[in-house]
Design a protein around this ligand. Structure first.
Ligand code: PLP
Length: 368
């Protein structure tokens, strides 16, 4: 079969369909026992996540954006205070900062990494810095432990937006354990899906209390600010069922990743380097073009029916978006990184045949 024929037959999406008997069982149980955000099933879901990650408090919320908003509610700030963040994440992380009347300060990333550059981070820290948010994209670990050490010295909390980094590891523990507060999304396109949803995790009792109160109208006491960011019972039921599948999904994704990597032999690109001591979650495979503009590779794979997240997030630093140009700060590593990347799906519903197709398409790529 010629490549052209295969191409016409195939679309490799970021995510395949999936639901299990266990999902249906938990949904039915929730239908009987409670649908609100304060029902038993939500407690069970939070306890399951807390056990999995070894982190004391988990607060289930209605979205990833809600998780970032709620995390900031666990931090002391005045309106106009600053939050340091890399310009390589999605705008979803920055909009909650703006919505709370805070100011994003864009810090450059380290070369070939989504982690903050230690030197630029020092330059960004100022008297009004109230938090740092790191966003490890597509499940690739970053040196959160080093950022955490810097921030501990400065007395400023480190929030991690781990929407892409469920089960990503660093030095033998979850990346989530290397920060003060971790945020997750369980949107349908993420590593674990509840349709819409998210959660926040922290070991700190006081921050946990404030975060939970914020998601429940300040516990309705009228003493502190809050809105309703609770996750509903049905979503929590799905999350509970799916939290039990996290290890098997990780295994399947890692297997897909190993198989695909073993077949790729095109010197026009390489995998983005994985930091020493880190382990990816195989949410996506990140390929970095060598010696040419990576957008060529993005467009090429899309023409062959293989979706790339870069097409969605676009590969330009966030401060180029209209809402954010006033916060522009020169971040050359970030701009270079984004220009060089594409993502390739690795999800658990891909067949070996799909992976062979992806490998063939990518091995046939040759930049102009
Ligand atoms: C998806 C995503 C969000 C937003 O999550 P929603 O559940 O869609 O609100 C925030 N941050 C990052 C890094 C994301 O990938």
């Amino acid at each position: 079969m010629s490549l052209r024929t295969i191409t016409q037959l195939r679309t490799i999406t970021q995510k395949g369909p999936m639901h299990s008997i266990d999902d249906l069982h938990e949904l039915e149980r929730a239908l009987h026992s409670g649908l609100t955000g304060t029902s038993q099933v939500v407690d069970e879901y939070e306890a399951a996540l807390s056990g999995l990650y070894g982190i004391k408090h988990v607060i289930a919320v209605s979205s990833g954006a809600a998780s970032v908003t709620a995390a900031l509610a666990g931090v002391d700030f005045q309106p106009g205070d600053e939050v340091i963040v890399a310009p390589t994440g999605p705008i979803c992380t920055v909009l909650p900062i703006l919505s709370l009347g805070l100011v994003p300060v864009f810090c450059d990333v380290a070369p070939d990494s989504f982690g903050l550059d230690p030197q630029d981070l020092q330059r960004c820290i100022g008297p009004r810095t109230c938090a740092v948010i790191e966003v490890p994209m597509w499940g690739y670990p970053i040196r959160s432990n080093e950022t955490l050490a810097t921030m501990r010295q400065a007395g400023i909390p480190l929030i991690q937006d781990l929407a892409h980094a469920h089960m990503t590891r660093l030095n033998g523990t979850w990346l989530a354990q290397h920060g003060d507060i971790s945020c997750f999304s369980t949107h349908d396109c993420k590593f674990i899906s509840t349709g819409e949803g998210g959660f926040v995790m922290t070991d700190d009792d006081d921050r946990a209390r404030r975060i939970r109160a914020y998601t429940r109208f300040g516990n309705l006491t009228g003493e502190s600010l809050g809105i309703n960011l609770k996750l509903g019972g049905l979503q929590a039921a799905l999350g509970l069922a799916r939290s039990r599948q996290l290890y098997s999904h990780l295994e399947r994704r890692m297997r897909n990743r190993d198989l695909l990597l073993s077949m790729l032999d095109n010197p026009a690109f390489r995998e983005l380097p994985v930091v020493k001591g880190g382990a990816v979650n195989a949410y996506s495979l990140l390929l970095q073009s060598v010696g040419h503009d990576g957008r060529q590779l993005v467009h090429y794979q899309q023409r062959h029916g293989i979706e790339s997240d870069i097409g969605k997030y676009d590969n330009q630093p966030l401060y180029q978006l209209p809402l954010l140009t006033r916060y522009q700060r020169d971040c050359p590593n970030a701009a270079r990184l984004l220009r060089s990347l594409t993502t390739v799906p690795l999800h658990q519903n891909l067949l070996d045949d799909d992976l062979h197709y992806i490998a063939k398409v990518l091995n046939d790529y040759s930049p102009d």
